[in-house]
Write a protein that binds this ligand. Structure first.
Ligand code: NDP
Length: 533
């Protein structure tokens, strides 16, 4: 065999190997195919002669402080990480556009991007897992986040959704405790099932979210096959000053698909980045771009007042029978980031980012989030996080904020105070918020529900939405997790679930009895992964 034919055999087997890999796995190969080698430089641009050996005094001598190349190498490496998000840490993101598909938007909101038919608005979207850490598995039972940044002509609108229509709690004062109870025990550094179920069962309003989370929708089959729900209630202000209240639903055009717990367990071991890989490869191959329909449910002021429960309560849905979905447009995802850290890890969302026509409502969770998110971004990214390219709005910024770490913009020398006489940024009454009359009352810490309220929607879900097989699956999934907590907490959980339906409580008890050891020698230690799924 000639040398030439050996080379041919090698290169064709290499080509075959690459063909068998997905596009994400071939990222480096794709780079090599599209780029020539470049000369390495220091941070200041000086070409570098050698980056394999440190500068030493003699071949066995100590390293010299003058080796700026080594100092940069180590110093830069030490500061590669920024604090991970306290919640929704593990995630991935891509870019795309929103296209308005209706004219009726203008009767609802004066926000141009939602009311101008065929208008396209660029978006960034970040998918994530609520209680995750960076590096944890994509297939664990958990709420998924779906945060969308709309780069509109009038500033950025950040819509931060979850894949379930309700959340565990409705009062933000409980949020840090909720998250702590789902994170590592500070002594053992392990996930703690006593803490998890203790907190959740002490707050019965979590029951609705729990029955959704432990149903088959609790482990979505990647990010393409799940819906997003704003959970929070926003206010829409129309062109003729009409106020209405809305909840957003982002409905997957791929349909809903979930992973069964056994497959999820295998995937958590084999491919903990399952959802991340799926999204990357789908968009890279560019055949069927993932898309969602953006809808709202709407309530007017009177309906708000007449509602039998608090419509701002984030543990409740608005029944579709009374508040049907109104489609406003479509989201299509078509572009991958080229720098995950710069464009996704530093992609900063805040519900405080609104546009004219979309306002905050009295929803307590939403109100707290406008502080919590912006504050977290300042901590993670610094005061000037909004100047990063991925966070910058399309329209020019004009205000009196200046300086601070990594500031890049002094707004062309405009005055730094307001009001001023030198053509500095000015305000317009056209963009004033709507006026909302408040009802008299006492300042106090109010509980906003009654016991009946906590379970009625979970009851509807259990009896009217789930099939008999899905009800059994829900009980089995709950029991697999509950078996790992102490009996007194478990008893409290069963009591809560009996308020949803006695059958659910009985089925959970039945599955718990099957799993509980009857003899000491039957006791086995379940892995942490099994507990979470
Ligand atoms: P509807 O019959 O009008 O809506 C039922 C909705 O349930 C479906 O449209 C679907 O929401 C959703 N659903 C179906 N299976 C699951 C599941 N395993 N996990 C989560 N959601 C599921 O009834 P109502 O609007 O009166 O709601 C009844 C109950 O349905 C609620 O209490 C709530 O638990 C649940 N639900 C309601 C939603 C709503 O916005 N009304 C949304 C999601 C759940 P979708 O069409 O959004 O996929």
């Amino acid at each position: 065999m000639s040398t030439g034919s050996i080379q041919n055999t090698v290169s064709s087997s290499e080509a075959l190997f690459q063909l068998n890999r997905d596009v994400a796995a071939n990222q480096l190969q794709t780079y090599r195919s599209n780029n020539e080698p470049v000369l390495m430089t220091s941070l200041s641009g000086m070409p570098i002669g050698d980056k394999v050996y440190s500068l030493t005094a003699g071949s066995r001598g100590p390293i010299l402080l003058q080796d700026a190349c080594l100092l940069d190498e180590l110093g830069q490496f030490n500061e590669e990480k920024i604090p991970e998000r306290c919640s929704y840490a593990k995630g991935t993101g891509v870019f795309g556009f929103f296209q308005c598909t209706t004219d009726i938007g203008s009767t609802l909101t004066r926000a141009h991007f939602l009311n101008t038919r065929n208008k396209q608005t660029p978006i960034a979207i970040r998918f994530s897992r609520f209680s995750s850490e960076l590096g944890s598995s994509d297939t664990i039972r958990d709420i998924r986040g779906m945060a969308i940044k709309f780069y509109t002509d009038c500033g950025n609108f950040d819509l931060i959704c979850n894949h379930l229509p309700v959340f565990f709690i409705r009062d933000p004062i409980l949020y840090p405790s909720l998250v702590h109870s789902q994170k590592r025990n500070p002594v053992t550094n392990l996930f703690d099932y006593d803490a998890y179920w203790d907190f959740l069962t002490l707050r019965p309003e979590t029951t609705h979210c729990l029955v959704l989370l432990y149903s088959h929708r609790g482990i979505p089959n990647g990010y393409r096959y799940m819906n997003g729900y704003s959970v929070n209630t926003y206010k829409f202000l129309s062109d003729d000053d009409n106020i209405s209240y809305v909840r957003f639903h982002i409905k997957s055009n791929q349909g809903i698909s979930s992973i069964d717990p056994t497959k999820a367990l295998v995937l958590a071991g084999l491919d903990s980045d399952y959802a991340t890989r799926d999204l990357y490869n789908t968009i890279c191959i560019n055949k069927e771009l993932p898309s969602w329909t953006v809808c709202v449910q709407q309530m007017n002021e009177q309906e708000m007042k007449n509602s039998s429960y608090d419509p701002f309560d984030t543990t409740k849905i608005w029944p579709k029978t009374y508040y049907p979905l109104i489609a406003l447009g479509t989201i299509t995802l078509n572009r991958l980031p080229t720098n995950h850290f710069a464009e996704i890890e530093q992609l900063a969302f805040s519900p405080a980012n609104l546009v004219p026509g979309i306002e905050l409502s009295q929803d307590k969770m939403l109100q707290a989030r406008i502080f919590a998110y912006s504050d977290a971004q300042r901590y993670r990214l610094g005061k000037n996080y909004a100047q990063l390219p991925v966070n910058r709005p399309l329209n020019p910024i004009a205000n009196n904020h200046r300086n601070g770490s990594m500031c890049l913009n002094n707004q062309n020398g405009a005055p730094t105070y307001f009001p001023n006489s030198f053509h500095g940024a000015t305000t317009s009454y056209r963009f004033k918020e709507s006026i909302y009359p408040i009802e008299g009352g006492n300042i106090a810490r109010y509980e906003c529900s009654n016991e009946q309220d906590e379970f009625s929607q979970a009851k509807t879900f259990y009896r009217q939405i789930l099939s008999p097989d899905e009800r059994i699956m829900l009980a089995r999934n709950l029991s697999k997790s509950l078996v790992l907590t102490q009996q007194f907490i478990c008893k409290r959980a069963i009591e809560n679930f009996s308020n949803v339906d006695q059958d659910l409580a009985n089925d959970i008890e039945h599955f718990l009895n099957l799993q509980r050891p009857t003899k000491m020698e039957d006791c086995s230690v379940q892995t942490d992964l099994e507990r979470k799924i």
